[in-house]
Design a protein. Structure first.
Length: 419
């Protein structure tokens, strides 16, 4: 059985090309049906995210060429457009790649956990489409188990390595639980959206998003049960915020000392945590001199992130060791599948012999034969018939000097050497 992964990701292709080979959820049932309709393809699953698209297939023979042709045809792309960006893995290399992806070792951000959830979604979609069988299904299950082991046994995901995550993690160190805290997010770009997502996942009590365009602020805020305001409304709401994260493209300060000082008077000097992610900065550095204000800049966060990246790189080396071991374990299981037809054939043969002899014994008993003699005859007959062909072949192997076959039989049946 062949195991093949064909893919494209953020390392091999620009976003424009990745976008052309992405599979929207509504296309997946048709795509999986078409892949498994290719000659010799038995199973298929599709992982499609903003950073990668990968096809995982099991087949009776090498299907890399036909699947590549199908991928180009499905998306209406010429081979010259797609081939330079594609990569492929087969056998053990395919297993190793899948384990590395699930562990976040192949991600844009080392050790990021989102990819594992995306792989679980891919697995479920393939199940619903009926495109999985033994091999790929077992690979996904093995992958999830190994990813969990890596998360448990290493620190691959313990330290934040994105600016947004680092900002939220620092806030948690100051406030602990977020359920009674309010946050003001200034801006509505990708970093603020990520920060909003992290804060929401950690149960922030209240979220306000301020942006130059009020409509955009409201669109983002509604996703996280917050509300949006325009930038000129910030002074009205500033005293509500325990946590402030700002990331805009403004050439001037959004928050100045006077504005924050007045807000702190309204807060009765309760602590406020501020993170200025913008370059140039959104928050006047002099604000750091105010009492009960904790101001961090993007440079402060970068130092934290670099230390955390170092920790993740060390954890990644440990993860690679786990992956090597688990790749070997999975391939041992795959190789064991080669024995299944022989085992089934041997069992069928033994069952046929037993059934035939049992039928003879029943007839003898029905004719009044002595039960003890019938049982002895039944036992000897089954033994002789099961042992006859192997005995003949073993004698022939001995004559021809095929000692390896003789040793295999001794191992297979746990036989002791007899003089």
């Amino acid at each position: 059985m062949y195991l093949t992964i064909l893919g494209i990701n953020h390392r091999t292709a620009p976003v424009e090309v990745r976008g052309q080979v992405a599979f929207p959820p509504e296309q997946l049932p048709r795509a999986l049906s078409e892949i498994t309709g290719i000659d010799n393809v038995r199973e298929a699953a599709i992982l499609s995210t903003c950073n990668r698209t990968e096809l995982c297939c099991a087949s009776h023979s090498d299907i890399l060429g036909p699947v590549t042709d199908w991928l180009c045809e499905f998306h209406g792309l010429g081979k010259d457009t797609l081939l330079p960006h594609l990569y492929s893995f087969e056998g053990a290399n395919a297993v190793r790649h899948m384990l590395r992806v699930a562990a976040g070792l192949d991600s844009m951000i080392l050790g990021e956990p989102q990819i594992l959830g995306q792989m679980k979604t891919s697995y479920q979609q393939a199940i619903e489409a009926g495109s999985l069988d033994t091999l790929v299904s077992r690979l996904f299950q093995h992958t999830f188990s190994v990813a969990k082991q890596i998360r448990t046994d290493t620190a691959i995901g313990a330290s934040p390595v994105s600016v947004a995550f680092a900002a939220v993690s620092l806030a948690r160190q100051i406030f602990g639980d977020f359920d009674k805290q309010a946050t003001l997010l200034i801006g509505a770009g990708e970093t603020i959206e990520l920060a909003a997502r992290h804060l929401n996942e950690h149960g922030i009590g209240k979220m306000i998003i301020a942006n130059r365009t009020l409509e955009r602020a409201q669109q983002l805020a509604v996703q996280f049960n917050g509300y949006g305001i325009s930038l000129d409304q910030i002074p009205v709401h500033l005293s509500e915020a325990d946590i402030i994260i700002s990331s805009t493209g403004s050439p001037n300060f959004i928050l100045d000392s006077k504005m924050v000082r007045e807000a702190q008077q309204g807060r009765k000097h309760r602590p406020v945590f501020m993170v200025d992610i913008a370059v140039p900065g959104d928050i006047d550095p002099q604000i750091a001199d105010l009492d009960d204000v904790y101001l961090y800049t993007v440079d402060d966060l970068q130092q934290v992130i670099e230390e955390n990246l170092k920790s993740r790189r060390e954890a990644a080396a440990q993860a690679e060791d786990i992956i090597e071991i688990q790749t070997e374990h999975f391939m041992e299981w795959v190789q064991s599948l080669d024995a299944v037809p022989a085992i089934r054939a041997y069992r069928d043969h033994a069952s046929a012999v037993g059934d035939a002899e049992l039928e003879k014994a029943r007839k003898q008993l029905a004719d009044g034969a002595d039960p003890h003699q019938v049982l002895e005859s039944l036992t000897r007959s089954i033994i002789n018939k099961l042992a006859h062909d192997p005995s003949v072949n073993l004698r022939q192997a001995a004559k021809q000097g095929q000692t390896s076959l003789l040793e295999t039989v001794r191992t297979l049946f746990k036989l002791k050497n007899r003089k």
